[in-house]
Design a protein around this ligand. Structure first.
Ligand code: GDP
Ligand code: IMO
Ligand code: MG
Length: 433
């Protein structure tokens, strides 16, 4: 089986919210299918089309292109109530995704009410040491999946079997919530009917996504794989335990969509021109001063899922280099360059020192990260508003020099520069069509 030249994978290279929604929406114009392969409704992907904003949590970001099929792969954890709510919201805006336009993997695991209750209870117990999860039940749903006690989309479609298994799970999880987490009992039973109603709504969409994608790719049609979160939140290679519960890199595109790795071609890694993070955990280039506030205000850095203010800091080449290596990134999409306009000098982190000594690569433990001191280099800033730039030549020389410096530091070319949230606020330096 020869590798197909018709797939693209979009991955977030930092701590999420790099602008995956915008870039996937743009690239979807040329895709037959867009598939989400991991994460759940912890994701919030923003699309701005014709000045109108749409935030998607489970529905793939190709949804606004009428000719593009959207698929949710087996690697995604699905809260059926949230998905039905999202479909209803889109329908209210005039976008009805019928069974032929939205495919849902029968193997995808479910997020159920007790997963959310456990997620929230654990965070309360952790107190100051909390992970800062989105509270959507992501971790507990993955625990059940790998613990082989999860329920899947296919189970939701079998009413009697589902009712029985859910009843058992409710009893068991309530016991755990009470005895181990010190919570009161939740009466989950009334939720069964709501879940079953969601199951009936979603059943026409549930199918064999893996075979569909294989057939699509081998027929020479184009598939775009849409990542969620970012590599620094990867359960193996992020800063554990301040991570999400899935693998977020290119490898997950194969396992989470059910396609052979050799069918994956071009990998596009997304990075902001600076860095943000939501939730707790180490963040070496974080700014705790007015400059951090300025980036947050100018970049509108508030979570698309929880509304929490995002922590802001300078671009960290150490982070992006690691993600580029792990994911086999071919091209960088550099977003939010416009937010840096008006700064006299723009520091970028080129490496780390621990206890005064320069270190190779990234530390692994939180303890080491607490001692990291970023090595900053200053780039020259620019004063012009660049939101109207459409070609590289439209950018001031300092902005072009900033892009070149990032390419040098991370070792891959920038293929896309984004200078605003809108579709047209984009400079293509490579032909992705
Ligand atoms: P995602 O989770 O990676 O899809 O990113 P989010 O949607 O959570 O956050 C990115 C935010 O930045 C959204 O509000 C986008 O509309 C916005 N955005 C994307 N690209 C740009 C850009 O180049 N400039 C500006 N100013 N905003 C952008
Ligand atoms: P998108 O796809 C930013 C973060 C949470 C928390 C950690 C674990 O929009 O880029 P979880 O609920 O997954 O157990 O939380 O991961 N997190 C994200 N941060 N963007 C996201 O998604 C995120 N999804 C999870 O804030 O720190
Ligand atoms: Mg987001």
């Amino acid at each position: 089986m020869a590798p197909a030249a018709n797939s693209q994978v979009v991955i977030g290279l930092q701590w999420g919210d790099e602008g995956k929604g915008k870039i996937v929406d743009l690239l979807s114009a040329n895709a037959d299918v867009v598939v989400r392969f991991q994460g759940g409704n912890n994701a919030g992907h923003t699309l701005v089309v014709g000045g109108e904003q749409t935030v998607l949590h489970l529905v793939p970001s190709g949804a606004l292109h009428p000719g593009t099929v959207c698929a949710i792969g087996n690697g995604v954890v699905i809260d059926p109530v949230v998905l039905v709510g999202e479909l209803d919201e889109l329908a209210a805006q005039g976008l009805v995704l019928g069974a032929e336009r939205l495919l849902i993997s029968r193997e995808a695991h479910l997020i159920l009410p007790y997963h959310k209750a456990i997620d929230l209870a654990r965070e309360r117990l952790r107190g100051k040491g909390k992970i800062g999860t989105t509270g959507r039940g992501i971790g507990p749903a993955h625990e059940d999946k790998v613990g082989r006690t999860g329920l899947r989309m296919i189970d939701l479609c079998d009413e009697n079997g589902f009712r029985q298994r859910l009843h058992q799970s409710f009893t068991e999880k309530n016991r755990y919530l009470r005895a181990v987490l010190g919570e009161g009992s939740d009466d989950f039973e009334p939720l069964i009917e709501e879940l079953l109603a969601c199951g009936r709504r979603l059943a026409p969409h549930v199918c064999d996504v893996s075979t569909y994608l294989h057939d699509t790719l081998t027929a020479g049609r184009r598939v775009l794989f849409e990542g969620a979160q970012g590599v620094m939140l990867d359960v193996d290679f992020g800063i554990y335990p301040f991570v999400t519960s899935s693998n977020t890199g290119t490898g997950a595109a194969a396992t989470g969509a059910g396609v052979a790795p050799k069918l994956l071609n071009t990998v596009i890694g997304i990075s902001k021109a600076y860095t943000t993070r939501v939730g707790s955990g180490p963040f070496p280039t974080e700014l705790h001063d007015e400059m951090g506030d300025r980036l947050r205000t100018d970049g509108a850095e508030f979570g698309a899922t929880t509304g929490r203010p995002r922590r802001c800091g300078w671009f960290d080449a150490q982070v992006v280099r690691k993600s580029v290596r792990l994911c086999g990134v071919d091209f960088l999409a550099l977003t939010k360059l416009d937010v840096l306009s008006g700064l006299e000098r723009i520091p970028v982190c080129v490496g780390y020192r621990i206890d005064g000594r320069e270190v190779e690569g990234m530390p692994v433990t939180v303890g080491e990260f607490d001692r990291v001191e970023p090595i900053l280099e200053e780039c020259e800033g620019w004063s012009e508003d660049i939101t109207g730039a459409r070609r590289l030549e439209d950018l001031p020389p300092q902005a072009r020099a900033y892009i070149t410096r990032i390419e040098e530091l991370v070792g891959v070319p920038v293929g896309i520069v984004s200078v605003g949230p809108g579709r047209d606020q984009t400079i293509f330096l490579h032909d992705f069509s």
